[in-house]
Design a protein around this ligand. Structure first.
Ligand code: PGA
Length: 260
């Protein structure tokens, strides 16, 4: 039976673009969102451009006329306080975000984020009304050592620990093998599907098969318009988290179109 999960393609712009380019890209995606069919689109600009992108998308209460949504790339787990340089979950909501990427591999490897930290942030995002996009994925060395399943299982179980089923089904999980991020080396559809199925099994064990069947699991890592269709054909791949290719409207929408 085909899944009823709505496909979701998110663009992680990382630390790229300037304000004018961010506004232009958001406007272009909004104007052309029909090309994505019914696929949900989320744009995750650098934090300092959230307001500008929210304006370009004409966001009101997190909703835009085009249906394109906005997300943060990271956040703190506290709602306010003496945390110089940090951004609180309600601040993201205030600017119109409905999503936030958490535990991206760059956050994990470059900024020392642990599964426990991602877990606290995931709960804080849900409490603020945000949908967390929780990233997991093994490194090349871990894959070559045959540890992919163990690493991804520990990340999923650790990052999503203690979530009640009603919260768990609101989460989006992004499987992003670290060796595929920004390298042009995409996982094969079979490699990705194998890990997506593993993740869905872990979610079923945490809650129930029904809940697991409602959680959307994205693939990320060198997704491009010309490899998206093969990934989209896999039963447990419900969309993509796109880095480099999300910086061009043509490529981002081409990827989204492959999932509709
Ligand atoms: P990439 O990045 O598409 O440039 O490989 C994906 C990501 O980091 O989310």
């Amino acid at each position: 039976m085909p899944s009823t999960r709505r496909k979701i393609v998110a663009g992680n712009w990382k630390m790229n673009l300037d304000r004018a380019a961010a506004e232009a890209l958001a406007s272009a995606v909004a104007a052309r969102q029909a090309e994505a069919g019914g696929v949900e689109l989320v744009l995750c600009p650098p934090g300092v451009y959230l307001a500008a992108v929210g304006g370009a998308l004409k966001l009101s209460g997190g909703r835009s006329p085009s249906g394109v949504a906005m997300g943060g790339q990271n956040m703190h787990d506290k709602v306010s306080g003496a945390f110089t340089g940090e951004v609180a979950p309600p601040m993201l909501v205030d600017l119109g975000c409905r999503y936030v990427i958490l535990g991206h591999s760059e956050r994990r490897t470059l900024f020392g984020e642990t599964d426990a930290a991602v877990n606290v942030k995931t709960k804080a995002a849900l409490a603020a009304g945000l949908t967390p996009i929780v990233c997991v994925g093994e490194s090349l060395a871990e894959r070559e050592e045959g540890r992919t399943q163990a690493v991804v299982s520990a990340q999923v179980n650790g990052s999503l620990a203690g979530l009640p089923p009603a919260d768990l089904e609101r989460v989006v999980v992004a499987y992003e093998p670290v060796w595929a991020i920004g390298t042009g080396k995409v996982a094969t559809p079979a490699q990705a599907q194998e890990v997506h199925a593993l993740i869905r099994g872990l979610l079923a064990a945490m809650a129930s098969p029904d809940v697991a069947g409602r959680v959307r699991i994205q693939y990320g890592g060198s997704v491009k318009p010309d490899n998206a269709a093969d990934l989209a054909s896999q039963p447990d791949i419900d969309g993509a988290l796109v880095g480099g290719a999300s910086l061009k409207a043509d490529d981002f929408l081409g990827i989204a179109a492959a999932f509709c």
